[in-house]
Design a binder for this molecule. Structure first.
Ligand code: GDG
Length: 740
């Protein structure tokens, strides 16, 4: 029986597959993504009883050629270390422009706040699209309904939407391992690219980031570029609702905490200590990358030695740099710069018997790495920018002796969780130099105190929690979408509406105007009903069995001007006034407008502070429209306005309602539901249909009997019984009813 499998997708497989002496070898890849996911998968496999038929599938590019791979694994079924591996073969001709080009020469520098390093080359982006399509084909080939697809990182930002197009019902999560930059940086991408990247990501059901800052930058970018707002980090696109949230990646805490229990690590650690004699040890572990700020770090160490000469011969800095992307020009440059600075420092301060910086350009095995972590007095982890930085977490977790001091950049994602570290600005060499002095002379009790708080956090939110949290949010979002989908008007629902409409002897139709009968326009005066709409409404209203009520937030005058000449009934100002066809306007309930003089000046003030907004005064309501304001500022000001009005509404007789880019104050007690009651009471109807698109229509939906029909335009949670995907669906349905 098919189980819900996990399909992991990332640029690379978790192993380098190579051939040695005719035998295939699997070498684990280093790097944060693989370390974390593998810890999660191993724990999961061991707790659930490992079963190959149901183990996670990892889709990623492989170094080994396609032909070679098929010769060794003819049916492509290769299992290793708890995974089934599904390689994507990226031809060498494509790989360079995709990986070295768009991924690492455009996105990486831009997202790490090195915009001047970013290259904007059309061919790179074209190749990025092509490679994302190759990944899409591979996932589709192996996908089975019920699978959970979890896509990782910046190499595959177009993939969620590509998959969504082919697998509309699939459960798709996306996690970004690097920072999501501020909007001002993101917008540097050419318009088409940035739109496609955002839409690409929005193909997922859950989009995860390491920190709240990255979430906010992403939400701002989709608001500014695509016009999508969010409600408590849920983004409603016309098609689906998507969760955008914080999931700070973590580590397998116990694997690191138990390090000192291993004899080998313990012995190796002591060997390091012995070689240092009495000198204190500073360490850092980073992939070769300009974003890791290695030059700055070395220069800070230089400054430290010159400011605190008493540390000469008493401190050693082991700088471990893990080889990475060294065919890219900027990385080559970084490597030779590092080597230059290391020699300069060693030449300047060192001598026989003391080398201040011990530089190693290699990958250590796990035990040697842990020996280094546990031998250190100080971990100097000060990248310029880092999505998270797992080394910082690993260092703290490995210190079951509760000793050691972490110096960490405030611009690394990990800083949000590791408050016990000495946080520094990575550009401030003096601050780093001073921090080294503070760290090296920190009393043991303070070290213990700082480490304890961080270790508790790491123990409680480990990599299992991270992955489980992500997957459970993904399943939850999917379930919420399903409940909405169930409500979407299907062919079957439409048939039942038509049948009941035909059978009925007395029908009542409540129709909202803006966003329901006409699309939303830039200015409210532009949303004039056209001839087709007037003809359609007239035809429906002329049927003696029908009562058509246009229920709008518009003023009496506007509705009169547009619809006064056709046999429909009208409700103005969200229910404040109503008018039966051929009759006079009446006020629905006796409420006053004495609060208006207090509200209008506040709204006008906000108009002064936010260009493109305007105040519309009606009889029993006042609206502040911000649909033409700069999107982000408009939204921000609307929050402030709501706050200011809320305070006032506690002692004046009005209430606040929010519509699509409008904040409205209206006399307390009136709403579309109250006005609808006039017709519901008077008419004995056997068919009722209410359609609206806004929050103000929820009051209308509330009074519609459960056996009848209410429809919200847009796939959002609502009191309405059903949802339409788009405004045009309303006209199509009315047209159908008219033809019956
Ligand atoms: C990206 C983001 C984010 C390093 N050297 C050796 C070695 N490592 C392991 C470490 C750690 C991992 O590699 C490095 O992870 P980082 O998080 O520090 O950095 P990136 O590779 O740049 O990862 C980063 C991460 O994704 C996860 O989302 O934190 O911000 O850039 O696990 O232990 N492992 C071994 N020998 C080494 O020499 N065995």
């Amino acid at each position: 029986m098919h189980k819900n499998r996990l399909i992991l997708v990332s640029n690379r497989l978790p192993f380098k597959i190579t051939e040695r002496n005719g035998r295939i070898e699997f070498l684990p890849s280093s790097g944060g993504l693989v370390t974390s996911i593998t810890s999660y998968v191993h724990k999961k496999n061991s707790s659930s009883g490992f079963d190959q038929s149901d183990c996670p599938i990892w889709v990623g590019s492989s170094d080994i050629g396609k032909r070679y791979f098929y010769e060794h694994f003819p049916n492509e079924g290769v299992f290793h270390d708890g995974y089934k591996l599904a390689p994507v073969h990226i031809p060498a001709s494509m790989h360079d422009k995709f990986y070295n080009g768009f991924c690492n020469d455009t996105i990486w520098p831009l997202f790490h706040y090195f915009p001047s390093y970013a290259k904007f080359v059309d061919e790179y982006y074209d190749m990025y699209q092509k490679v994302n399509k190759l990944f899409c084909e591979k996932v589709i080939e192996i996908y089975e309904p019920g699978d959970i697809i979890w896509i990782h990182d910046y190499h595959l930002m177009l993939l969620p939407a590509l998959l969504r197009k082919k697998l509309p019902n699939a459960t798709i999560g996306f996690f970004l391992h690097i920072p999501f930059p501020s909007f001002e940086l993101f917008r540097l991408l050419p318009s088409r690219w940035r739109r496609e990247i955002l839409l690409g990501l929005l193909g997922a059901d859950v989009i995860g980031f390491h920190t709240n800052d990255y979430v906010q930058s992403f939400l701002k970018s989709i608001r500014q570029i695509l016009g999508y707002d969010n409600m408590l980090r849920v983004v409603a696109t016309p098609e689906r609702s998507i969760t955008v949230d914080v999931f700070p990646i973590s580590i397998d805490y116990h694997k690191f905490n138990d390090a000192l229990l291993s004899n080998e690590i313990f012995t190796e650690k002591n060997k390091i200590k012995k070689r240092l004699y009495d000198a204190k040890l500073i360490i850092s572990v980073d992939r070769l990358d300009y974003a890791k700020g290695l030059i700055n770090r070395l220069e800070s160490f230089d400054l430290f030695l010159s400011k605190y000469p008493e540390y000469k011969k008493k401190v050693v800095y082991i700088l471990l740099v893990v080889p990475s992307r060294d065919i890219i020009a900027k990385y080559k440059e970084t490597k030779s710069d590092i080597e230059g600075v290391v020699s300069r420092i060693n030449g300047k301060y060192g001598g026989i018997g003391w080398t201040p910086v011990i530089y190693q350009y290699k990958t250590l095995d796990f035990k040697k790495l842990l020996a280094l972590y546990t031998a250190a007095d100080v971990a100097l982890i000060v990248p310029m920018r880092d999505g998270m930085n797992l080394v910082a977490k690993e260092f703290v977790a490995s210190r079951s002796d509760r000793r050691g001091v972490l110096i960490l950049s405030e611009t690394a994602g990990a800083a949000a969780e590791l408050g016990g570290a000495i946080l520094v600005n990575p550009n401030d060499r003096l601050e780093i130099a001073e921090s080294l002095n503070i760290a090296l002379s920190m009393p043991v009790e303070e070290q213990v105190h700082r480490n304890d708080t961080m270790r508790t956090r790491l123990r409680e939110y480990d990599v299992m929690k991270w992955a489980e949290d992500f997957i459970s949010q993904l399943l939850e979002r999917k379930a919420k979408q399903e409940t909405l989908k169930v409500k979407e008007v299907t062919g079957h629902t439409e048939n039942s509406i038509c049948i009941n409409y035909s059978k009925a002897s007395k029908r009542l139709l409540f129709l909202d105007y803006d966003g329901t009968l006409v699309p939303m326009a830039a200015f409210s005066h532009q949303a004039v009903p056209d001839k087709n709409l007037i003809n359609l409404l007239t035809a429906l209203a002329e049927d003696k069995k029908n009562d058509i009520v246009i229920s709008s937030g518009r003023t009496m005058d506007t509705l009169e001007k547009w619809f006064g000449h056709i046999p429909v009934h009208l409700v103005a100002e969200h229910g404040a006034f109503y008018k039966g066809h051929g009759m006079d306007w009446l006020q629905t309930i006796p409420v006053g407008s004495g609060w208006k003089p207090a509200v209008i000046p506040i709204m006008s003030q906000f108009t002064d502070r936010c260009a493109g907004t305007w105040v519309e005064e009606k009889n029993l309501s006042v609206a502040w429209h911000y649909r033409n304001a700069e999107k982000d500022l408009g939204f921000l000001r609307s929050r402030e306005l709501v706050n200011a009005l809320l305070e006032l509404s506690s002692h004046l007789d009005f209430q606040i309602i929010e519509g699509k880019r409008v904040v409205e104050a209206k006399a307390r007690g009136i709403n579309k539901g109250v006005a609808a009651a006039v017709w519901l009471k008077e008419n004995q109807c056997d068919f009722i249909l209410a359609i609206g698109d806004d929050k103000t229509d929820e009051d209308l939906f509330r009074v519609i009997p459960a056996s009848q029909y209410s429809i919200l335009v847009g796939l959002k949670q609502s009191r309405a019984k059903y949802n339409f995907k788009q405004q045009q669906d309303v006209l199509d349905l009315l047209d159908k009813l008219n033809r019956l």
